[in-house]
Design a protein. Structure first.
Length: 219
């Protein structure tokens, strides 16, 4: 995927449009890096930027180093499709545990890359003057959102939104850095704890909604 250097301007009153454009630019850089490495090249960040048809300065706003970009290309390439282990109609509790394991296992295969990615995210945030747009791929949400949304007939919108937010805390880079670096868990313990926490959050959301229904019916 590539984008033109002179992409259409986004109206000032369309913040979501700006977010989407920035996400497309990030993905264009990742796609360009993957394509060049597949072709046998070991590109510089400047060469990736040229392939993606963005300026070098733009590339450095998204990826402070080539190492950060390479770490993200590895995550993009190896991440399993949700459909490979969970589909609508399957148990959401089991599915969210599988999702946590799928993404967290991938990230823990390269702990140096894990920390490089997190450093990159923090650098981009700190250098983004407005801080209005977190320039992060949000890969975990491609697992979390479909699984939680499969509960739309059980959980109301507010409960689903809160559950998605809570699950984002226990899946992904920050969760793994916390459990590995702070609680000193082993890799196996880290994966088990994260999957357990994810399943527990879904169970708790379902239990709370069931309790609320019982109270409504008892009135």
């Amino acid at each position: 995927m590539s984008i033109p250097k002179s992409s259409p301007s986004i109206p000032d009153g369309d913040p979501q449009g700006r977010v989407n454009q920035k996400l497309r630019t990030r993905q264009a850089l990742i796609d360009a890096a993957i394509a060049m490495r597949d072709e046998g090249h070991h590109p510089t960040l400047a060469q990736v930027a040229e392939r993606a048809r963005v300026s070098r300065a733009t590339a450095y706003r998204y990826f402070p180093s080539l190492e950060a970009l390479i770490s993200e290309t590895a995550a993009d390439r190896e991440m399993k499709l949700l459909e490979s282990f969970w589909r609508p109609g399957d148990d959401p509790v089991k599915g969210i545990g599988q999702a946590a394991n799928a993404l967290n296992s991938l990230l823990l295969e390269d702990e140096i890359g894990l920390h490089v990615m997190e450093r990159s995210f923090m650098t981009v945030w700190l250098e983004n003057e407005s801080h209005e747009t977190p320039l992060r791929p949000g890969r975990r949400m491609s697992y979390i959102e479909p699984i939680v949304d499969s509960l739309k007939d059980v959980l109301p919108p507010r409960a689903r939104k809160r559950l998605k937010q809570a699950l984002s805390i226990v899946i992904g880079t920050e969760a793994l850095i916390a459990v590995r670096d702070i609680s000193r868990a082993s890799v196996e313990e880290s994966l088990d704890s994260a999957a357990w926490a994810a399943r527990a959050l879904v169970r708790q959301a379902l239990a709370e909604e069931e309790e609320a229904r019982r109270k409504r019916h008892a009135r």
